[in-house]
Ligand binder design. Structure first.
Ligand SMILES: C[S@@+](CC[C@H](N)C(=O)[O-])C[C@H]1O[C@@H](n2cnc3c(N)ncnc32)[C@H](O)[C@@H]1O
Length: 253
Protein backbone atom coordinates (compact mmCIF):
# COMPACT_ATOMS: atom_id res chain seq x y z
CA UNK A 1 0.00 0.00 0.00
CA UNK A 2 1.31 3.48 -0.86
CA UNK A 3 1.92 5.76 2.08
CA UNK A 4 -0.79 8.39 2.46
CA UNK A 5 0.13 11.93 1.32
CA UNK A 6 -0.31 14.36 4.20
CA UNK A 7 0.46 18.08 4.32
CA UNK A 8 0.51 20.49 7.24
CA UNK A 9 -1.79 23.45 6.70
CA UNK A 10 -1.76 26.87 8.31
CA UNK A 11 -4.67 29.26 8.41
CA UNK A 12 -3.05 32.60 9.25
CA UNK A 13 -1.09 34.90 6.98
CA UNK A 14 2.20 33.46 8.22
CA UNK A 15 3.39 30.10 9.47
CA UNK A 16 3.61 30.22 13.27
CA UNK A 17 6.35 28.66 15.43
CA UNK A 18 4.37 25.56 16.38
CA UNK A 19 3.63 24.84 12.73
CA UNK A 20 7.28 25.39 11.80
CA UNK A 21 8.41 23.01 14.54
CA UNK A 22 5.92 20.37 13.39
CA UNK A 23 7.22 20.78 9.85
CA UNK A 24 10.83 20.39 10.90
CA UNK A 25 10.06 17.26 12.98
CA UNK A 26 7.90 15.56 10.35
CA UNK A 27 9.43 16.92 7.13
CA UNK A 28 5.90 17.10 5.70
CA UNK A 29 5.08 19.85 3.17
CA UNK A 30 3.38 22.91 4.61
CA UNK A 31 0.76 24.88 2.67
CA UNK A 32 -1.73 27.64 3.26
CA UNK A 33 -5.18 26.14 3.90
CA UNK A 34 -6.72 28.34 1.22
CA UNK A 35 -4.35 26.86 -1.36
CA UNK A 36 -4.78 23.23 -0.38
CA UNK A 37 -5.58 21.02 -3.33
CA UNK A 38 -7.17 17.61 -3.01
CA UNK A 39 -5.19 16.58 -6.09
CA UNK A 40 -1.96 16.68 -4.13
CA UNK A 41 -2.83 15.38 -0.69
CA UNK A 42 -4.95 12.70 0.94
CA UNK A 43 -5.25 14.60 4.18
CA UNK A 44 -3.87 17.41 6.28
CA UNK A 45 -2.68 18.17 9.78
CA UNK A 46 -3.46 21.47 11.45
CA UNK A 47 -3.58 23.12 14.86
CA UNK A 48 -7.03 24.08 16.16
CA UNK A 49 -8.42 25.10 19.54
CA UNK A 50 -8.76 21.32 20.17
CA UNK A 51 -5.07 20.77 19.50
CA UNK A 52 -3.38 19.04 16.58
CA UNK A 53 -5.93 17.49 14.23
CA UNK A 54 -5.85 15.35 11.14
CA UNK A 55 -8.52 15.54 8.48
CA UNK A 56 -8.77 13.33 5.43
CA UNK A 57 -9.85 14.44 2.00
CA UNK A 58 -12.31 11.65 1.34
CA UNK A 59 -15.83 10.91 0.25
CA UNK A 60 -16.71 9.45 3.63
CA UNK A 61 -16.85 12.45 5.86
CA UNK A 62 -15.58 11.29 9.23
CA UNK A 63 -14.67 14.76 10.44
CA UNK A 64 -11.27 15.64 11.91
CA UNK A 65 -9.52 13.56 14.53
CA UNK A 66 -7.39 14.59 17.49
CA UNK A 67 -6.30 12.55 20.48
CA UNK A 68 -8.43 13.34 23.51
CA UNK A 69 -8.04 11.38 26.70
CA UNK A 70 -10.95 13.19 28.38
CA UNK A 71 -13.39 11.03 26.45
CA UNK A 72 -11.70 7.91 27.84
CA UNK A 73 -11.98 8.93 31.48
CA UNK A 74 -15.38 7.28 31.89
CA UNK A 75 -13.96 3.98 30.60
CA UNK A 76 -11.11 4.34 33.06
CA UNK A 77 -13.55 4.82 35.95
CA UNK A 78 -15.89 1.92 35.11
CA UNK A 79 -14.51 -1.14 36.90
CA UNK A 80 -11.02 -0.54 35.53
CA UNK A 81 -9.49 -3.41 37.51
CA UNK A 82 -12.10 -5.78 36.08
CA UNK A 83 -11.11 -5.06 32.47
CA UNK A 84 -9.38 -7.87 30.60
CA UNK A 85 -6.48 -5.63 29.51
CA UNK A 86 -5.62 -4.70 33.09
CA UNK A 87 -6.06 -8.25 34.40
CA UNK A 88 -3.93 -9.73 31.59
CA UNK A 89 -1.09 -7.31 32.34
CA UNK A 90 -1.13 -8.47 35.98
CA UNK A 91 -2.10 -5.05 37.36
CA UNK A 92 -4.23 -5.01 40.48
CA UNK A 93 -4.76 -2.74 43.44
CA UNK A 94 -1.71 -4.11 45.23
CA UNK A 95 0.56 -4.60 42.19
CA UNK A 96 1.59 -2.02 39.60
CA UNK A 97 4.13 -3.62 37.23
CA UNK A 98 6.18 -1.44 34.87
CA UNK A 99 4.70 -1.80 31.39
CA UNK A 100 6.23 -1.26 27.96
CA UNK A 101 3.56 -0.70 25.29
CA UNK A 102 5.39 -1.51 22.05
CA UNK A 103 2.52 -0.41 19.78
CA UNK A 104 1.14 2.81 21.25
CA UNK A 105 -1.27 3.87 18.46
CA UNK A 106 -3.56 6.61 19.78
CA UNK A 107 -2.66 5.64 23.35
CA UNK A 108 -6.04 4.26 24.48
CA UNK A 109 -4.67 1.14 26.15
CA UNK A 110 -1.71 2.96 27.70
CA UNK A 111 -4.01 5.60 29.12
CA UNK A 112 -6.05 2.91 30.91
CA UNK A 113 -2.79 1.37 32.17
CA UNK A 114 -1.64 4.75 33.55
CA UNK A 115 -5.07 5.33 35.15
CA UNK A 116 -4.66 1.97 36.91
CA UNK A 117 -1.44 3.33 38.44
CA UNK A 118 1.30 1.62 36.40
CA UNK A 119 4.12 3.44 34.65
CA UNK A 120 4.12 2.82 30.92
CA UNK A 121 6.70 3.46 28.19
CA UNK A 122 4.98 3.89 24.84
CA UNK A 123 6.62 3.22 21.47
CA UNK A 124 5.10 4.47 18.23
CA UNK A 125 6.94 4.31 14.92
CA UNK A 126 4.46 6.14 12.67
CA UNK A 127 5.28 9.86 12.60
CA UNK A 128 1.71 11.12 12.18
CA UNK A 129 0.25 8.84 14.86
CA UNK A 130 3.14 9.82 17.15
CA UNK A 131 2.56 13.57 16.66
CA UNK A 132 -1.18 13.28 17.32
CA UNK A 133 -0.58 11.19 20.42
CA UNK A 134 2.13 13.46 21.77
CA UNK A 135 -0.09 16.50 21.31
CA UNK A 136 -3.02 14.79 23.09
CA UNK A 137 -0.77 13.76 25.96
CA UNK A 138 0.65 17.25 26.47
CA UNK A 139 -2.82 18.86 26.37
CA UNK A 140 -4.15 16.31 28.86
CA UNK A 141 -1.24 16.88 31.25
CA UNK A 142 -2.03 20.61 31.35
CA UNK A 143 -5.67 20.21 32.44
CA UNK A 144 -4.96 19.87 36.18
CA UNK A 145 -3.00 18.08 38.90
CA UNK A 146 -4.80 14.71 38.59
CA UNK A 147 -4.39 14.69 34.80
CA UNK A 148 -0.74 15.68 35.13
CA UNK A 149 -0.13 12.76 37.50
CA UNK A 150 -1.67 10.27 35.05
CA UNK A 151 0.17 11.72 32.03
CA UNK A 152 3.48 11.69 33.91
CA UNK A 153 3.22 7.89 34.14
CA UNK A 154 3.19 7.75 30.30
CA UNK A 155 6.57 8.16 28.54
CA UNK A 156 6.26 8.36 24.79
CA UNK A 157 9.05 7.48 22.33
CA UNK A 158 9.02 7.96 18.58
CA UNK A 159 10.74 4.71 17.77
CA UNK A 160 10.35 1.35 16.15
CA UNK A 161 10.22 -1.19 18.97
CA UNK A 162 12.32 -3.60 16.91
CA UNK A 163 15.15 -1.05 16.90
CA UNK A 164 15.45 -0.60 20.68
CA UNK A 165 18.66 -1.39 22.49
CA UNK A 166 17.46 -4.41 24.45
CA UNK A 167 19.94 -3.92 27.34
CA UNK A 168 18.46 -0.49 28.12
CA UNK A 169 14.93 -1.73 28.82
CA UNK A 170 13.80 -3.86 31.75
CA UNK A 171 9.99 -3.65 31.92
CA UNK A 172 8.04 -6.17 33.97
CA UNK A 173 5.56 -6.59 31.13
CA UNK A 174 5.69 -5.97 27.38
CA UNK A 175 2.34 -5.34 25.75
CA UNK A 176 1.84 -5.87 21.99
CA UNK A 177 -1.22 -4.81 20.00
CA UNK A 178 0.04 -5.07 16.43
CA UNK A 179 -3.41 -5.66 14.90
CA UNK A 180 -3.89 -3.90 11.62
CA UNK A 181 -7.32 -2.24 11.67
CA UNK A 182 -9.86 -4.23 9.67
CA UNK A 183 -11.83 -2.51 6.94
CA UNK A 184 -15.23 -3.77 7.94
CA UNK A 185 -18.32 -1.58 8.01
CA UNK A 186 -18.22 -1.90 11.74
CA UNK A 187 -14.72 -0.47 12.10
CA UNK A 188 -15.47 2.28 9.60
CA UNK A 189 -18.01 3.61 12.04
CA UNK A 190 -15.26 4.12 14.60
CA UNK A 191 -13.34 7.21 13.73
CA UNK A 192 -9.92 6.32 15.25
CA UNK A 193 -10.06 2.92 13.48
CA UNK A 194 -10.94 4.59 10.19
CA UNK A 195 -7.98 6.97 10.52
CA UNK A 196 -5.64 4.13 11.51
CA UNK A 197 -6.60 2.26 8.33
CA UNK A 198 -5.79 5.30 6.25
CA UNK A 199 -2.61 6.45 7.98
CA UNK A 200 -0.79 3.17 8.54
CA UNK A 201 1.24 1.57 5.83
CA UNK A 202 3.89 -1.07 6.00
CA UNK A 203 3.69 -4.48 7.52
CA UNK A 204 4.22 -5.08 11.19
CA UNK A 205 6.83 -7.74 11.83
CA UNK A 206 4.91 -9.45 14.60
CA UNK A 207 7.28 -12.34 15.17
CA UNK A 208 10.27 -10.02 15.45
CA UNK A 209 8.39 -7.89 17.99
CA UNK A 210 7.42 -10.96 19.95
CA UNK A 211 11.04 -12.18 20.10
CA UNK A 212 12.20 -8.77 21.32
CA UNK A 213 9.39 -8.69 23.90
CA UNK A 214 10.42 -12.10 25.28
CA UNK A 215 14.02 -10.90 25.51
CA UNK A 216 13.32 -7.84 27.64
CA UNK A 217 10.19 -8.60 29.70
CA UNK A 218 10.96 -9.69 33.26
CA UNK A 219 7.57 -11.22 34.06
CA UNK A 220 5.25 -11.55 31.08
CA UNK A 221 4.41 -10.66 27.49
CA UNK A 222 0.79 -9.88 26.66
CA UNK A 223 -0.48 -9.94 23.07
CA UNK A 224 -3.85 -8.55 21.98
CA UNK A 225 -5.47 -10.60 19.21
CA UNK A 226 -8.84 -10.75 17.52
CA UNK A 227 -11.01 -13.32 19.26
CA UNK A 228 -10.52 -15.90 16.50
CA UNK A 229 -7.03 -15.06 15.20
CA UNK A 230 -4.19 -17.56 15.55
CA UNK A 231 -1.57 -17.03 18.24
CA UNK A 232 1.38 -14.78 17.43
CA UNK A 233 3.86 -17.68 17.71
CA UNK A 234 4.16 -21.41 18.27
CA UNK A 235 5.17 -20.84 21.89
CA UNK A 236 2.53 -22.13 24.28
CA UNK A 237 0.22 -19.45 25.68
CA UNK A 238 0.08 -19.65 29.49
CA UNK A 239 -3.40 -18.17 29.85
CA UNK A 240 -5.96 -16.13 27.96
CA UNK A 241 -8.48 -13.40 28.80
CA UNK A 242 -11.18 -13.59 26.18
CA UNK A 243 -13.74 -10.91 25.34
CA UNK A 244 -16.39 -10.82 22.60
CA UNK A 245 -14.20 -9.47 19.80
CA UNK A 246 -10.65 -9.56 21.22
CA UNK A 247 -8.55 -11.62 23.52
CA UNK A 248 -5.31 -11.15 25.46
CA UNK A 249 -2.78 -13.99 25.27
CA UNK A 250 -0.45 -14.05 28.26
CA UNK A 251 3.06 -15.58 28.05
CA UNK A 252 4.86 -15.94 31.35
CA UNK A 253 8.64 -15.55 31.42
C1 LIG B 1 -3.48 -1.47 16.54
S1 LIG B 1 -2.54 -0.03 16.78
C2 LIG B 1 -2.38 0.04 18.54
C3 LIG B 1 -3.57 0.63 19.23
C4 LIG B 1 -3.29 0.91 20.68
N1 LIG B 1 -3.19 -0.30 21.47
C5 LIG B 1 -4.32 1.86 21.29
O1 LIG B 1 -4.84 1.55 22.38
O2 LIG B 1 -4.58 2.92 20.69
C6 LIG B 1 -0.92 -0.50 16.33
C7 LIG B 1 0.08 0.65 16.38
O3 LIG B 1 1.38 0.08 16.52
C8 LIG B 1 2.27 0.80 15.71
N2 LIG B 1 3.40 -0.13 15.42
C9 LIG B 1 3.37 -1.24 14.64
N3 LIG B 1 4.57 -1.85 14.65
C10 LIG B 1 5.38 -1.08 15.45
C11 LIG B 1 6.76 -1.19 15.84
N4 LIG B 1 7.53 -2.18 15.39
N5 LIG B 1 7.26 -0.24 16.68
C12 LIG B 1 6.48 0.79 17.12
N6 LIG B 1 5.18 0.95 16.75
C13 LIG B 1 4.64 0.02 15.93
C14 LIG B 1 1.46 1.21 14.49
O4 LIG B 1 2.06 2.33 13.84
C15 LIG B 1 0.12 1.52 15.14
O5 LIG B 1 0.03 2.88 15.50
Amino acid sequence: MNPIKIAITYGGKEINDKEKELQSRTRLPIVNRAQLSADFVDGFLYYSSQGLRIELVSKINQGPLSVSFNTLEKRARDSLFGQNLIKALGINKGRRPKILDATAGFGTDSFLIACAGSEVSLFERNTIVFELLQDGLIRYSLIGAKENRIASRMRLYHMDFNDIESNNWTPDVVYLDPMFPRSSKNSLSKKPMYYMQKILSGKTDESCMFEMALKIAKKRVVVKRRANSPEISKRKVDFVYKGNSNRFDVYLI
